[in-house]
Ligand binder design. Structure first.
Ligand code: ADP
Length: 159
């Protein structure tokens, strides 16, 4: 059984993330989408809220699970029995950071491989920061996020 993990902040999950998850679930037997608890970042949504939005958005996919973790990605990958780490590549600008992380993770654990997937080009300009900014200005973000995220953004930013 080939299992992979897809770590990220998912603050909140966007249609770009969902696109990557759909590609990963076609390639592997199972995908664990995992919300990374990063003490440095100040998220808009709590870990529990992010996990709940992911679960709701991914409920139709039987081979996709959602969890959260605190610590090293490679350690969590081993804990859940994953053989690889999925990351999304949107543009050349993602490359340097992702390349460094992938090599560092390989140094930390030689048996966990990082796999990069590219979303449909319509999602290449999409990130969670833009979504949070648009929502804070009470903009309609329904084209970019799952319905549950749109609802939660409206509650959070009171519009
Ligand atoms: P971001 O705040 O950039 O959306 P995350 O930490 O939530 O970041 O992202 C987790 C992973 O998903 C990263 O590998 C990131 O490059 C990737 N990702 C984020 N947005 C997209 C998108 N629109 N298309 C493809 N991959 C994406």
């Amino acid at each position: 059984m080939k299992k992979v993990i897809y770590p990220g902040s998912f603050d909140p999950v966007t249609n770009g993330h969902i696109d990557v998850i759909k590609r990963a679930r076609e390639l592997f037997d199972s995908v664990v989408v995992t919300v990374a608890i990063n003490p440095v970042k100040e998220p808009v949504f709590t870990v529990e809220e992010r996990v709940a939005m992911l679960k709701e958005s991914l409920k139709e996919f039987e081979n996709v699970e959602v969890d959260s973790f605190d610590g090293l990605v490679v350690d969590h990958a081993k804990e859940v029995g994953a053989i690889g780490i999925i990351r999304g590549l949107r543009a050349v600008s993602d490359f340097e950071f992702e390349f460094q992380m992938a090599l560092m993770n390989r140094k930390l654990s030689t048996d966990i491989t990082t796999i990069f997937l590219m979303p449909h080009e319509k999602y290449t300009y999409l990130n969670s920061t833009i979504i949070r900014n648009l929502a804070s200005l009470h903009s309609d973000v329904s084209d970019f996020v799952p319905p549950v995220v749109q609802e939660e953004l409206k509650k959070k930013f009171k519009y």
